[in-house]
Design a binder for this molecule. Structure first.
Ligand code: C5P
Length: 311
């Protein structure tokens, strides 16, 4: 049994957003998920989740996207905390305070980041000490992108996206994100992808040689050319204005433009921190994007923050 003196009263974890550098969607599986071959990159846009022992379960959300996040039993961080509590037989409610910087329903795995952060935070708060691979497995049961939010960096995802493998990669990359005011539902985008594909057989998805070569070289121009997303056509079909955003990035000199995950956030790869700033200015001034963000990548996965945090 752990002495109470060593158990922290509150723990804060931050977890990053992701962009899919490549997202190849295979056939719909029997369980309703689609077989994927994807390459994830963790980007320096973070949500923070602070957990503290409380009399009852509660969720409080702050930050620019707070109003869009449910605080009831459907909140993913709350579900994650309760799932871990049930798994390890802890009967200790926590209050979860989430500071949300990752766009909601944007295709950047914000909900998965919150779930990953809550798992890592509660594991520490309750002094569970769960083995990393068990925590990752629990994360996978909560969402396909949760394991990657825990690992961060750059990784290849297979299965439904939850099975991760390392990728040989180098370099630092500078991204700009055009955030849409209205989100897209991930299941609806997958369903639209199926509808557009019709009845033709879909091959098993595989990583592309071009992407692997670009990552090995660390060459941002090659990576920009290799960006691809099988969900992009479906996202544009549901939100046609995305076409204009993608074209604007190209026009303003981005090395590559791609819809992030199931969208509607559009990710632009740029050559440097200065080029990223320039692109933000051009996108905003042209009126094509109401909100733009910049981020460096790759970054670490879910990490415990020392000391006090802003949440
Ligand atoms: O795993 P996650 O919670 O992100 O999945 C949300 C929804 O997205 C699933 O219920 C499913 O409709 C769709 N999805 C899919 N194939 C995947 C991942 C997600 O069809 N590989």
């Amino acid at each position: 049994m752990t002495s109470t003196a060593t158990v922290p009263r509150s723990v804060t974890v931050r977890a990053p957003a992701k962009v899919n550098l490549e997202l190849r969607v295979g056939p719909r599986r029997g369980d309703g998920f689609h077989a994927l071959s994807t390459v994830y990159m963790a980007v320096g846009l973070y949500d923070e989740v602070a957990v503290a022992t409380a009399d009852d379960w509660e969720v409080l959300v702050g930050g620019p996207y707070a109003e869009q996040v449910p605080t009831d039993d459907t909140n993913l961080a709350l579900i994650a905390a309760k799932t871990l509590a049930a798994e390890v037989d802890v009967a200790e409610p926590v209050s979860l305070r989430i500071h949300k910087e990752i766009p909601v329903a944007g295709g950047m795995a914000g909900g998965s980041a919150d779930a990953a952060a809550a798992l890592v935070a509660c594991d520490q708060l309750w002094a569970v000490g769960m083995a990393r691979d068990e925590l990752v497995e629990l994360g996978a049961s909560l969402g396909s992108d949760v394991p990657f939010a825990m690992s961060g960096g750059i990784a290849m995802g297979s299965g439904r996206g939850e099975q991760l493998a390392p990728v040989l990669a180098r370099g630092t990359f500078y991204w700009v994100f055009a955030v849409s005011t209205s989100g897209l539902s991930t299941p609806k985008v997958y369903a639209e992808c199926d509808r557009l594909r019709g009845k033709a057989p879909v091959p098993a998805p595989e990583p592309s040689a071009g992407m692997m070569t670009a990552l090995r070289s660390g060459d941002a121009e090659a990576l920009g050319r290799a960006l691809s997303n099988d969900l992009q056509t479906a996202a544009i079909s549901l939100q046609p204005a995305l076409r204009e955003v993608l074209d604007a990035g190209q026009e303003f000199g981005a090395l590559g433009s791609v819809v992030s995950g199931s969208g509607p956030t559009v990710a632009f790869l740029t050559a440097s921190a200065e080029a990223a700033l320039d692109l933000c200015v051009s996108l905003s001034a042209s009126g094509v994007a109401s909100e733009v963000k910049r981020a460096k990548a790759p970054v670490h996965g879910a990490q415990v923050l020392p000391g006090a945090s802003r949440v």
